[in-house]
Write a new protein. Structure first.
Length: 355
């Protein structure tokens, strides 16, 4: 009689084992696809402990030393001091709150240039807050050769005068080939850190004196397209928020802008990206003989847009304290000799929340 073969060596048993193994593998694969969060958890569980605060400070200091950029001095044969530690792109996130500003209601039931113009001109000619001390004669190195008044508020209730005395103030000046730099020189002589941005200068960065820097950069309302070749002029154009990030500056005590009709779109960008909240005082020359760069619409729509921009500043707690009407410029309003208006005004605001 032949010996009976054990059950576990039979083909049926082997087939059952193979089926069970395949079923188990299938279940594991399906579970992994349904629960992708298990992988990050496992990775998090296996991470090393975070570094101590002391280690973080040492690493940050070393990184800052590596990013320092040296600029060319205005005196030949001398090396310029470190200007601004460059930060990595996107190092400090700035959220864009809105795409467009909120337009104010029309000045009249039916859109009218006459009503819009009268409302706008009255608004820029009426001080919202008084400032008793705007004379720079108290600042060291001030000269009366300034071609136009760039008024800043030096009242004790605002921080600018205290920051000037403690040599901690910072001025950004935006210009386009303007030779009138006496205001910047006076502020630098008073101890303020002054950065003048002008795309017409010959060198990328020039350092003059102890506190004055010139940068071959044009401030715009948009950053350049990265596809544009670096040698193009547009590659030297950046938004003010981008410059602040790259220079590592958190605040500007005074922003002076004379940008020949680009001020409206730049101001819009500063409002939409909340950069204006990092500014203590704002002194801007506005041009109203034409709509301005990339400002479109009929005349009444343009003036409504201008007015809405300035009201946005008021909502950000800025108050107008001085207006200078330049009578040396053509008396034009949107290419019309009307409303007894000058084509150019210099407006000065103070941020009442500035600390």
């Amino acid at each position: 009689m032949p010996k009976e073969r054990p059950l576990w060596r039979g083909p049926a048993f082997r087939l059952c084992l193979l089926s069970a193994a395949l079923f188990l593998c299938l279940q594991l694969g399906m579970r992994r696809s349904w629960c992708p969060e298990e992988k990050p958890r496992a990775a998090a569980a296996g991470r090393s402990p975070p570094p101590s605060r002391g280690t973080e400070r040492q690493a940050a200091a070393a990184a800052g030393r590596r990013r320092v950029t040296y600029v060319r001095s205005g005196r030949r044969g001398s090396a310029g001091p470190a200007c601004c530690p460059l930060q990595p792109p996107g190092g400090r996130r700035r959220k864009t709150v809105r795409w467009h500003i909120e337009l104010q209601p029309w000045a009249s039931p039916t859109p009218s240039l006459n009503y819009e113009a009268l409302r706008f001109l009255k608004y820029i000619s009426t001080s919202q807050i008084s400032c008793e001390h705007m004379n720079l004669s108290s600042l060291k190195g001030y000269s009366e050769t300034t071609k136009k008044p760039w008024s800043i508020c030096l009242d004790e209730r605002f921080s600018l005068i205290h920051r000037i005395r403690s040599k901690q103030c910072r001025l950004y000046s935006l210009g386009l080939g303007n030779d009138d730099n006496q205001f910047e020189i006076s502020m630098a002589n008073s101890g303020c850190e002054v950065h003048r941005f002008d795309p017409s200068i010959k060198s990328a960065h020039i350092h003059e004196g102890q506190h004055l820097w010139y940068h071959r950069l044009s401030i715009d309302w948009r950053d350049p397209n990265p596809a544009i070749a670096p040698h193009k002029l547009h590659s030297n154009t950046k938004k003010l928020g981008t410059i602040l990030n790259e220079f590592g500056h958190q605040k500007i005590d005074v922003l002076k802008a004379d940008v020949e009709s680009a001020e409206w779109k730049i101001l819009e960008n500063l409002i939409l990206e909340d950069v204006v909240e990092q500014i203590g005082q704002l002194v801007v020359e506005v041009h109203i003989h034409w709509p301005g760069f990339e400002v479109s619409g009929n005349d009444s729509t343009v003036v409504r847009y201008w007015y809405s921009l300035l009201r946005e500043l008021e909502l950000k707690d800025f108050r107008l304290f001085h207006t200078y009407k330049d009578l040396s410029k053509p008396q034009m309003f949107l290419k019309k000799e009307a409303f007894n208006a000058s084509s150019c005004y210099t407006l000065s605001w103070v941020n009442t929340r500035w600390k």
